[in-house]
Each structure stands twice: as C-alpha cells, then as structure tokens.
Write a protein that binds this ligand. Structure first.
Ligand code: 5AD
Length: 319
C-alpha cells in the first residue's frame, strides 16, 4: 500500500518515525539491494542566468567570483575521476548558456567513450538540447523541481515557473533519460502538505532519482536570515520517497551532511542508496557556493577510498 496525500502528511508529523524508517530500509534492501552508488560530481561553471532566492549562485549575487572550466580542464578532471574508479560523472553548473549544446555535447561524447556514465545537471534548456545530448551519449539528467507549491515556487524564482520546470522533467523522461528531480526541506513558507505534494510529484513524473536535502541559508541571498531546514525532516522525506518509489536512486544529500554529519550516515538506513563526491578542482570548488560549507582539499583517489571504507563500515557495498 503506497501512502496517499493525507497519509503522507500524517506520517511526516509522527512522534516516533522509527517504524517508517525500518519499512523504508526493508523496501530499499528488497528493491535495490545493499549497493551504495558513488557518483563523482564536477561543478564546472558557477555562472547562472537565474535569480533563485535561496541559491548563492543566483545572478544577483555580486559578491560571487565567477568561473568557467574549459572543456580541456573538464576532461582532465573527468579522466582523474575515471582513474580513481568512478563510473558515473555528474556534470553540474549554473544555467550558463556560454556552454552551447555542441560544446557540452563534445565533452559528453568523449567522457562516455571511456565506459563512464554521464549525468547532466545544467538546468532548464531548450528541449532540443536535451535530445541532442542524449544522442551524444548522456543518459541521466538531474533537475530538481525545488518545491511543488506553485505559489511558493513563484515567490522563490523570479525567473521561472513550476510549469516550465515540470515540463522539462517530463520532456527528459519522454526522451528516455533516467530523470532525477528533488526538492528542499525547510524553505520559508513550506508546510508538511507541501512536502507531501513534493513527494507525490516525484511519483507523478516517474522519477528515477530524487535528491531531497535541507535548505541552508546563504548570507549573500535574500533568504540569508531564514533558518535552515530540519535534517531529521529531510530524512523522513527520503524514507517516504523510498516507499513511493521503491526502485529509485535516492542520495544522502550533501546539504544534509553539511548540517548534520550523523544524519547523513543515518539516512542510509532510511532508504538512501547513493552518495555524490565533489571532484571539482580546489581552485573552483570553494567558488561553487550554493550554500556555505566547509570544504577540504580535493584528492580524488584518497577521498574515493575513504568513502568506500565508510560505506563498508555501514555494512553496505560501495560501487
Ligand atoms: N540550501 C540547500 N540546497 C540548495 N540548493 C540551492 N540552494 C540551496 C540552499 N541554499 C539545491 C537546489 C539545487 C541544488 C543544486 O542545490 O535543490 O537544485
């Protein structure tokens, strides 16, 4: 029995969530097994044409130092990730039209020719670009819907609509991409019924992946003085996503780990089965500041080995 909207709201507010975590963990084990997939993420440009009010990369943030990696730099980093054992590379950027469909297509063609899966996460683009990159070899696309409440969506996004966002997600799905969405927990104005709608939207789109993480205020954004999302509520949402989408890839999100490292470990026993690791070179990594975080030095092979050990320590199998 999959929970309906009222049931989701009731579950999100439960005093003791332990039984739901246990159910989500059992569904995860039966549907996707004990593997934890490790993905490399390369953040290759922090230029962005949008004005999302929660995000440090929004174009109105004049304090951000902007960078773009060249295709050569991108390939060198991708190569290092491949050599360290990664077999999926998430290529993420702000919405930066400097990277034409042809230019990104060439990078995708090269990387996918080395037995590497490419996930693109470059925002809303013309549907023809999505189709072109699919032909170039990209098989996955991440584009979070951020919030399923159209009024809240409008308040947070001066330059986009929920309808356009969901339109992109449905187009990606129709093109045969493994399609990832997701949303934030703790956005100002969000309620438990918003989160129920967020979860139902993932199901309605037929998402293959969903990233659910707490909101973290960025000091150079209009939401600087809002409070951060509740990590435990984010974990609850991941568990419910597992019940609704048994076979989905559900990451333990970076923002969850930034707020609460123990909760990031815990979410692996509540439905999560994916983790992403930044491979972005040091010179750029600190500039890709969606929200504030403490970032160490990038050592691609050493960090991958450490992560594999942590996953084994949880009784799971890194891949
Ligand atoms: N806190 C947490 N997550 C954020 N994102 C953007 N800004 C923030 C923030 N302040 C998330 C969005 C976006 C992803 C790349 O990062 O969900 O899709």
């Amino acid at each position: 029995m999959t929970p309906d909207r009222d049931e989701l709201i009731r579950l999100l507010a439960l005093e003791d969530f332990t039984p739901v975590y246990a159910r989500a963990d059992a569904v995860r084990r039966e549907s996707v097994g004990d593997t934890v997939h490790i993905r490399a993420i390369l953040e290759f440009s922090n230029y962005c044409r949008r004005q999302c009010r929660y995000c440090g990369l929004n174009r109105n943030n004049r304090t951000a130092h902007r960078f773009r990696m060249t295709p050569e730099e991108m390939l060198a980093t991708a190569r290092a990730a491949h050599q360290a054992g990664y077999r999926t590379l998430v290529m993420q950027s702000g919405e930066d039209p400097w990277y034409t469909k042809e230019l990104l297509g060439e990078v995708v063609k090269e990387i996918t020719s080395w037995d590497m899966v490419v996930t693109l996460s470059v925002g809303e683009r013309p549907h023809g670009d999505f189709a072109y990159w699919k032909q170039c070899g990209a098989t996955r696309y991440l584009l979070k819907h951020e919030t399923a409440d159209p009024v809240l969506y409008d308040a947070l996004h001066p330059c986009g609509t929920l309808e356009a966002r969901v339109g992109c997600l449905r187009a990606l799905k129709a093109l045969g991409y493994e399609t990832g969405s997701g949303f934030m927990i703790g956005l100002p104005g969000q309620t438990l019924s918003t989160i129920a709608d967020d979860l139902l939207l993932l199901k309605d789109i037929g998402c293959d992946m969903a990233g659910i993480g707490p909101f973290i205020p960025h000091p150079a954004t209009p939401l600087a003085h809002q409070s951060a999302g509740d990590p435990a509520l984010a974990t609850r949402a991941v568990a419910l996503a597992r019940l609704l989408l048994p076979a989905a890839h559900l990451p333990a999100t970076t923002s969850l780990g930034v707020l609460d490292d123990a909760e990031k470990q815990h979410v692996f026993s509540c439905g999560a089965n994916v983790i992403m690791k930044k491979v972005t070179p040091d010179a750029y990594k600190t500039l890709y500041e969606i929200y504030p975080a403490q970032l160490g030095h990038t050592d691609i092979p050493a960090e991958r080995r450490a992560l594999e050990q942590q996953i084994r320590a949880l009784g799971r199998n890194p891949l």
